[in-house]
Ligand binder design. Structure first.
Ligand code: NAP
Length: 322
């Protein structure tokens, strides 16, 4: 699989990332190992997890995903081949959440233990923490990098001005900055003012920041839980509206032209966008993951990219421009 370097770091990852929030919890261990194997057999190296995955499920306490990945890395003896990203910021049993220096130090040790490794390849701030001074957070991350426990850091669900603020502070102090930003992103555009709770979407400001500063963009919830193609899943209401109808029509048209599935077209569109966005793919069944992995074989023409990018855009009246 094609390799991509994360921002200004020395971390190289596969062109697709595997999402694992339900691994070892809703998805049983055997199936989880099968999905991780399938991803690896297809050349995938980049795994996305989080310290509190999947504390929101009944009977879970957090750490289930990391522990299962740790067991798998050990069973397959493939730690050095894989690039593991995890996150800190949400509270779960035994952790108050936030990005204080003490929390970052403590949670990093817990993640290392569960993953059965001596280093995290990428460590994300999973959400913002406005109560902790940004200097404290960035210094704590930098200390982990200097100690060899973390190779690169990223921000997830932070607004672009907070990412810029953190990276400016880090540059001034000689500390490592965020090389990567992971946000919510899919082909359909959220309606103005749509509420996703703590989740933050990629927006034009962030795309501009990424191009200017070379920060790699990574997307989650790319396939809207399969709602683009499944009768049993409704599109989330945050994406409803006439624009979405036109974008769905364009997506289905391009998929028909290529003989690909809409899910594959979305993954290909994201990778070919400017700036490119690296998609996190997921699936609870091997067939789903195989479909998503096969998106690497789909290439969109310039005309198809234009069609997808302009679908649903408002028509600007010439009179208005005068
Ligand atoms: N940084 C953050 O705040 C954040 C937030 C959310 C997620 N994430 C990361 O991103 C990963 C993926 O997130 P997500 O689950 O929201 O992604 P998603 O791509 O929107 O949804 C994945 C789900 O969609 C269904 N699916 C996947 N491929 C399919 C296919 N080809 N055909 C039909 N259905 C398909 C499966 O649902 P069923 O299992 O129900 O069949 C699968 O579990 C997570 O595991 C996590 O690592 C990060």
């Amino acid at each position: 699989m094609e390799k991509i370097r994360l921002g200004d770091s020395d971390v190289e990852v596969s062109a697709l990332c595997l999402g694992t929030d339900l691994i070892g919890s809703k998805i049983d261990r055997e199936t989880s190992f099968g999905l991780l194997d399938l991803f690896r057999e297809n050349g995938g190296s980049f795994i996305d997890t989080g310290n509190f995955y999947a504390a929101w499920l009944p009977g879970c306490h957090g750490g289930e995903s990391e522990s299962t990945i740790g067991l798998w890395l050990k069973a397959r003896a493939c730690r050095d081949e894989m690039v593991v990203a995890t996150k800190i910021g949400f509270d779960y049993p035994g952790c108050d959440g936030g990005l204080s220096g003490a929390e970052i130090e403590r949670e990093c040790e817990k993640s290392l233990r569960r993953l059965q490794t001596d280093r995290l390849d990428l460590y994300y701030a999973h959400r913002d923490d406005e109560k902790t001074p940004v200097e404290e957070t960035m210094e704590a991350f930098d200390k982990l990098i200097r100690a060899g426990k973390v190779r690169a850091i990223g921000a997830s669900n932070l607004k672009v001005w907070r990412i810029a603020e953190a990276n400016t502070v880090s540059r001034k102090c000689g500390w490592a900055g965020y090389s990567v930003v992971e946000q919510r992103h899919t082909y359909l555009r959220p309606r103005h003012g749509a509420d996703f709770g703590p989740q933050v979407c990629i927006n034009p400001d962030l795309e501009g920041y990424s191009k200017r500063h070379g920060v790699t963009l990574i997307a989650y919830s790319v396939l809207l839980q399969g709602a683009y193609t499944r009768q049993d899943r409704a599109l989330p209401p945050q994406y409803a509206g006439p624009e979405s109808v036109e974008r769905m029509r364009a997506l289905e048209g391009v998929a028909r032209e290529l003989g690909a599935t809409p899910n594959q077209v979305i993954i290909a569109w994201m990778r070919q966008s400017d700036p490119a966005v690296l998609p996190i793919i997921a699936g609870s069944r091997p067939e789903q993951l195989a479909e998503n992995l096969a998106a690497l074989g789909v290439t969109l023409t310039a005309g198809q990219m234009m069609c997808l990018n302009t679908a649903g855009n408002p028509v600007i009246e010439q009179a208005w421009l005068r």
